[in-house]
Design a protein around this ligand. Structure first.
Ligand code: GSH
Length: 212
């Protein structure tokens, strides 16, 4: 079992490198430097037609996959790890993975665009995405008030999907420790896992895992 990983050191990229590390899969890393527009290279587009990182190729069957939700679901089924085989916990994992893909990622990314990289250009957009970020953190915080893990029973791909986005809390200007204490507890528990440190550092970087 080995995987080719095409990625970069962003929240979406780290979702998959963390997943591969947690599942103890062998993989070869191929950097796609999005600050140099390498995501538009024709060879990469054959694997990732949406020109976004990350993407994988499975050497067992030659299949290419883009979109982190699909990649993580696929790897969980391939290995039988971090996605319960049946029952409510399986569907809660998929439900919250979809929630991350549709909200706790795209909306946080918009907040980064307006609050960190283009501050002062649109008061309306800053307000809109700051409010949406806090709403999403509130949703996650309430889920984690009664559950140690997002799916209600075990650490799963749903946690691995949301965690790298919460790691960027300073970029979207959310005071997690002060306002979302259940998220803070969950974040710190996951941050201490050795596979997180390895997956965070793909590609190798001097960026430390942000503290909460
Ligand atoms: N829905 C996609 C989103 C992927 C995505 O937005 N990747 C960003 C980096 S985090 C990217 O490749 N950006 C390059 C660009 O905007 O051209 C997924 O989950 O894989």
């Amino acid at each position: 079992m080995s995987i080719e990983l095409y990625s970069w050191g962003t929240p979406n990229g780290r979702k998959v490198s963390i997943c591969l590390e947690e599942m103890e899969l062998e993989y070869n890393f191929h950097p796609i430097n999005i600050s140099k527009d390498e995501q538009f290279q024709p060879d990469f587009l054959k694997i990732a037609p949406n020109n976004r990182i990350p993407a994988i190729v499975d050497n067992d069957n030659g299949m290419t996959l883009m979109e982190t939700g699909a990649i993580m679901h696929y790897l969980a089924e391939k290995t039988g790890k971090f996605l319960p085989a049946s029952g409510e916990a399986r569907w809660k994992t998929i439900e919250w993975l979809m929630w991350q893909m549709g909200g706790f990622g795209p909306m946080l990314g918009q907040a980064h665009h307006f609050l960190k990289f283009n501050k002062g250009k649109s008061e309306y957009a800053e307000e809109r995405y700051a409010t949406e970020c806090k709403r999403l953190y509130g949703v996650l915080d309430r889920r984690l008030a009664d559950n140690e893990w997002i799916n209600g029973s075990d650490y799963s791909i749903a946690d691995m999907a949301a965690w790298p986005w919460a790691a960027r809390h300073e970029w979207h200007e959310v005071d997690v420790a002060g306002e979302f204490t259940n998220v803070a507890r969950w974040f710190r528990t996951i941050a201490a896992r050795p596979a997180i440190a390895r997956g965070w550092n793909v590609p190798e970087t001097d960026q430390q895992i942000p503290q909460i």
